[in-house]
Write a protein that binds this ligand. Structure first.
Ligand SMILES: Cc1cc2nc3c(=O)[nH]c(=O)nc-3n(C[C@H](O)[C@H](O)[C@H](O)COP(=O)(O)O)c2cc1C
Length: 207
């Protein structure tokens, strides 16, 4: 039996991303978000244009998508309810957001310089994707949300996540993404079924 309900959020569970961007004065910003999905070498990010991150993306046109694993959950949560935007937009202030210029410091995460973009990587994140902005699509007015299409320019992966004996294949059994599910932090369960689609992306058989 299904019931018709009016939920206040529809956050059904997506991976957490720490977006590293560069502020106007050259300092670094870091923001947790989780409305993200990937297709080929592109990623679509859903964010409020009231965030410092979107302001930085509009100006700088580049970022790093740092993917925390379950192991970085405390650092992710330390970033919640902070913004790099000063003054704090009234709608954020009403929700308890405070201005914080040193996001890496409060999260106790280390800055790692990128190779192709000026935005920062997070040293502790096992996945770091350097990216450039392709297009920004506004949601229907009066929403402040935008969908940002970014192109992944360089992929950095912690070596221990690679398939045994493979240089370019990430082992899904080894990758433990942090999932935000209705604003709570979850991990993934294990594999539940063999996948026919996975055969398309499997490494070539070796003799
Ligand atoms: C785990 C987590 C996931 C979040 N997901 C999103 C999201 O998908 N989109 C968004 O606009 N804000 C999201 N937020 C809120 C942002 O972190 C917030 O807008 C913050 O102001 C961004 O920082 P900035 O203003 O310095 O860019 C999320 C926060 C947390 C802690």
């Amino acid at each position: 039996m299904h019931k018709t309900i009016n939920p206040n959020i529809l956050y059904f569970g997506t991976p957490v991303v720490l977006i590293g961007t560069r502020n106007e004065d050259g300092s670094n910003n870091l923001a947790p978000m989780s409305s993200a999905w990937w297709l080929n070498a592109s990623c679509m990010l859903g964010m409020s244009s009231r965030s410092q991150t979107v302001q930085n993306l509009l100006r700088e046109r580049e970022c790093v998508l740092n993917l925390p694993s379950e192991a970085q959950v405390s650092a992710v949560d330390r970033l919640a309810l902070f913004t790099g935007r000063n003054p704090v937009p009234p709608t954020k202030a009403e929700r308890g957001y405070r201005y914080e210029p040193d996001k890496f410091g409060i999260a106790d995460l280390a800055i790692q310089p990128s190779e192709l973009v000026r935005a920062p990587r997070v040293a502790e994140c096992p996945v770091q994707l350097e990216a450039t902005v392709a297009q920004i699509h506004p949601f229907e007015a009066p929403s402040s949300l935008v969908a940002i299409e970014v192109k992944i320019e360089r992929v950095h992966i912690a070596e221990e996540l690679l398939m045994d004996g493979e240089e370019h294949y990430i082992d899904p059994v080894k990758w433990k993404p942090l999932i935000m599910n209705f604003c709570h932090y979850f991990g993934l369960g294990g594999k539940v079924h063999p996948s026919r689609l996975a055969s398309i992306f499997a490494p070539p058989a070796r003799d």
